[in-house]
Structure formats: C-alpha cells, structure tokens
Design a protein around this ligand. Structure first.
Ligand code: SF4
Length: 184
C-alpha cells in the first residue's frame, strides 16, 4: 500500500469508500496464486497465506509479529523504520544514538514498545475485527491520526478486510479439497 494515514488519505480512496487497492491486489493475488509455476515471490501474499494457516508474518505490513529492526542514520542516530516519516516529521525519532546508547535501549522507547506487543497495541475496532490476527491492523504508519496517534484501524481498513477475506477464502477452499488428514 502507498504510505497514507487518516490525515493524508490514500489518493484513490480519499472519501473512504470503495476498495481500489484491494481490487488491484486481489487480481494480482489470483494471478500469482493460480500460476502453474511460481514466477516470483510476493512477501505480502506469502505472509497472508502463512497467517491464514496459523503461522507468522515476516514483514510489518500485516500480522502481529514484533518489529525487529531499527535504523542507524549516518550521524549515529537510532531511528524507527523510515516509513513512519510518512506520518509526521520526527515520527521515527527515538532520541538514541549509537555513540551513547546500547541498542537494547531502543526496546524501552514507547513507539518501539507499541510495535512489540502485538494485539495489545490494537485499537478497540481492530480487536473486535474477526481478521485482526491476520491483518494486524495493517502497517503501523497507516494507522496514524493526528488527534490520537497510532491506536486506530489502518486507513486501508476496507481494502485490508477485502484482501484478507479473499486470501482466506482461496486457501480455505483449497484445503477443503484435500483428502481428510492430508494437510495436518
Ligand atoms: S481489517 Fe480493519 S478493523 Fe480489521 S484488523 Fe484490519 S485494520 Fe483493523
């Protein structure tokens, strides 16, 4: 998904209606999933399948896996991932520097903590959502709303729900066609 949030809406869905991003991704998923030979790997789709099957995600786009990276800038500043810069200036700052702080100090930065605690960081709407374990509230940067920070559903909520439902549907249908016991 292009970086956007509740203050700077996605270009194709500024009025909050429709699922233009999911429509595109669903078509891409169907093409990729049904290909007789896998032509390329697509991490978002692989993550969604893994999560549907009860596994984990490897990226921060979906799922509830803890974020395991920080960025070291050329001046030694330790920052959260660059994508947070799309929310507001300084959003990825930790106030730490490799010249003065151990990396483990980043684990106490509130913004980092929020991305380590899985479902505990989700808003009420996401916790009540039946696909929250798979969707994970979407990309952290896409949840930002100036009035209340990052404890919101993704600005791509409708797209994510459509995409997750579609992937779940395809995978579940395939599993149901397997002989009993063969997918355990
Ligand atoms: S689909 Fe929407 S409400 Fe459900 S977990 Fe994702 S962002 Fe939250």
């Amino acid at each position: 998904m292009p970086h956007a949030n509740w203050a700077t809406r996605p270009r194709l869905a500024r009025d909050g209606t429709g699922t233009p991003y999911a429509d595109w991704l669903v078509a891409a998923f169907d093409r990729w999933y049904a290909a007789p030979v896998q032509e390329t790997r697509i991490r978002l789709f692989e993550d969604l399948i893994s999560l549907t099957l009860g596994g984990r995600s490897r990226s921060e786009q979906v799922g509830l896996s803890p974020v395991a990276v920080v960025v070291v800038e050329t001046d030694g500043a330790v920052e959260q991932v660059d994508s947070l810069k799309s929310a507001y200036p300084g959003a990825c700052s930790t106030g730490l520097n490799v010249l003065t702080d151990p990396f483990t100090a980043a684990l106490a930065v509130p913004g980092v903590v929020a991305r380590q605690i899985g479902r505990e960081a989700l808003c009420r709407s996401c916790l009540d959502c039946p696909v929250h374990r798979i969707c994970g509230g979407g990309h952290y940067a896409h949840r930002y709303r100036p009035a209340d920070g990052f404890r919101n559903p993704s600005v791509y909520c409708h797209d994510l729900r459509r995409l997750v439902d579609h992937v779940q549907g395809r995978v579940t249908a395939d599993l149901s066609r397997l002989p009993a016991g063969s997918h355990r």
